[in-house]
Design a protein around this ligand. Structure first.
Ligand code: HEM
Length: 567
């Protein structure tokens, strides 16, 4: 080859070289342009955010370091720092803007709105588990499904669950008895009980027909929540591509196969029963726990409607949502339990597909169990710590039931006024859902101060902190059931107590949860006195999606009577 001649190799190499240099030549300005555009498109957001108070952050990562460490450490640190600010706090996690709200007036604007109803992008980690179920769906799909599902949790449907609530509460008491008087974690029992109750009531199948135990399901859910929480706090686990390669990704897969295994079986069993013409729960109630018809018929007329005078079912008296609809408005046909209605609707054609039923069953099974398991475990912890208050609850129960072991009726639950106040106070101090997050599609003007939250930001309603505001609850960290005396609640802002959220996206299971918890907890306290060797100041709180005690819900039991008497 002579000088000046070029080999085909060299041609292709120089071609490659020039292609690479052209690529970089174009890439750099493209990146600069993209960055400039990105900055420009966020100018509005940055300008509005600038005026909102918040802790100083680092370049690029913002305040992300605040979220490093163990769950209890993060919870303590973030809650502690919230006192450096008033009712609105801005936090940057990398490029993500989050605005925390603690003022009930601001919270009302968000929660009562039909506009600001989109869930924050963090909820997307739930997708492989809950699909497009009620908790995370949005727009027309959410609206249509909410309309379908809400009536299945009206009080008239719930009243038909009372015998099953009693039967399962009784079974839980017998399981608890085996602990003797040693210290143990009551959360496991509460999880199992709530899963089994959901199976037998809302799903209408028998827990005995599920080969897989409710306990195994509950444990898998707990581990799934740990993984989801990790993805919220560890930024590098957020992209699916990376997450799926990690051990957490693999673990999630096997947990989902347990979780979905149970829900698939539930739907299959229910469909089989449905095709045989069976409606309502196929679970059996022991004869001695059947509530006789006379007692049912004695219920005053007001109780035959879905709203009960003076009883707020877990939200401020005066607030109303789509669960507070009178019987006459609901109509006879819609009075079916959750899964019965889902299957009937699907058989009638267009309303809901099999995939959508599955997503809703997964959603209700998750939302319906982990929250109530935490709520009941905190309640038992409170009883164990505050013996004087527990004595008053027990006295009230003795006045209602005497020394009879008869099952609780709906009318009895309305008499449990002091127990209800203790439950509300537990949900105030330890709300099982400690924060609620929404994604803003439009700017939002606040009323607590002259701040406007820009579209694109994530709004976080800090329920835990809101419930402990000293200007609303005097001595806010003290467990004081009298906070829910009518004269105290009368002048309180409706949105100062929102354990079940409020407004159009409030919890559909609110009344279900309150009724079930009253029966479960009263049955436990009719049989045991609770003791605790740990005080509230030693709680290691962790807010991984659901608020829990990291050290476990340790209590001890003292039997109140040797053996239950028949009525
Ligand atoms: C103590 C028990 C419970 C508490 C504290 C609680 C709390 C909440 C909260 C705060 C929300 C709003 C979440 C958000 O916007 O991010 C919610 C939503 C929801 N809850 Fe509950 N919940 C409880 C029990 C239940 C039960 C028993 C069920 C079902 C049987 C249930 C089903 C749902 C569903 C489906 C949603 C989504 C509603 C929607 O977006 O339209 N919850 N819950």
């Amino acid at each position: 080859m002579t000088v000046g001649e070029t080999s085909p190799d060299m041609v292709s190499q120089s071609g490659l070289l020039s292609a690479t240099s052209v690529f970089y030549f174009l890439l750099v300005p493209a990146l600069i342009l993209w960055y400039a555009y990105w900055k420009l498109s966020r100018r509005h957001m940055l300008e509005l955010a600038e005026r909102i108070p918040g802790p100083k952050g680092w370049p690029m990562i913002g305040n992300a370091l605040e979220f490093i460490g163990s769950s209890p450490t993060i919870f303590k640190r973030v809650y502690g720092h919230s006192f450096d600010f008033e009712s609105v706090v801005k936090v940057w996690i990398g490029p993500k803007l989050m605005i925390f709200l603690f003022d009930p007036r601001d919270v009302e604007i968000i929660l009562s709105s039909h506009v600001y109803i989109d869930k924050s992008t963090e909820y997307r980690f739930f997708k492989p588990w809950l699909g497009d179920g009620l908790l995370i769906s949005t727009g027309q799909k959410w609206r249509a499904h909410r309309k379908l599902i809400a009536p299945t949790f009206h009080l008239n449907v719930l009243k038909s669950f009372i015998e099953l609530f009693n039967a399962n509460s009784r079974a839980t008491v017998e399981k608890l008895r085996k602990e003797g008087n040693k210290e143990f974690d009551c959360h496991d029992y509460m999880s199992e009980a709530t899963v089994e109750m959901l199976l037998e009531t809302a799903m209408g199948v028998s827990k005995k027909t599920q080969e897989q135990s409710g306990f195994e399901y509950a444990m898998a859910v707990m581990k799934m929540c740990d993984i989801l929480h990790l993805r919220h706090t560890k930024v590098w686990l957020r992209p699916d591509l990376i997450f799926n390669l990690t051990k957490y990704g693999k673990n999630q897969e096997s947990l989902l196969s347990i979780i979905h295994g149970l829900t698939t079986k539930v739907i299959k069993n229910k469909k089989e029963a449905f095709n045989k013409g069976i409606r309502g729960s196929i679970a059996e109630v022991p004869k001695e726990l059947k509530i006789n018809q006379e007692t049912k018929d004695e219920e005053p007329v007001t109780q035959k409607t879905t709203s009960v005078e003076g009883s707020s079912f877990g939200q401020s008296v005066g607030l109303r949502d789509d669960l507070d609809v009178d019987d006459n408005d609901v109509g006879e046909k819609k009075r079916l339990a959750f899964l019965d209605l889902m299957i009937e609707a699907s058989q009638n054609g267009v309303v809901i597909t099999d995939k959508e039923i599955k997503e809703q069953v997964d959603t209700i099974m998750f939302e319906g169990h982990d929250t109530t398991a935490a709520g009941s475990s905190f309640f038992l912890s409170m009883m164990g710590i505050h013996q004087d208050i527990q004595d008053k609850v027990i006295q009230e129960l003795d006045e209602i039931f005497g020394d009879s072991d008869r099952p609780a009726t709906f009318a009895d639950t309305l008499e449990m006024k002091y127990l209800e106040r203790c439950l509300m106070e537990t949900l105030r101090l330890y709300p099982p859902v400690p924060i609620i997050a929404r994604q803003l599609q439009q700017d939002l003007q606040l009323v607590s101060g002259d701040y406007k939250i820009p579209a694109g930001a994530t709004v976080v309603v800090g329920t835990f902190k809101l419930h402990r505001r000293a200007d609303i609850y005097p001595n806010p960290d003290k467990f004081d059931p009298d906070n829910f005396l009518p004269e105290r609640t009368a002048n309180r802002h409706y949105y100062a107590f929102i354990p079940f959220s409020a407004g159009p996206r409030s919890c559909v299971g609110r009344k279900y949860a309150m009724l079930k918890l009253k029966i479960l907890l009263s049955t436990i306290l009719r049989n045991f006195k609770i003791k605790s060797d740990i005080g509230e100041k030693d709680f290691q709180l962790q807010g991984d999606i659901i608020l829990k005690r990291a050290e476990g819900f340790k209590i001890r039991l003292e039997p109140r009577k040797p053996m239950a008497k028949a009525h």
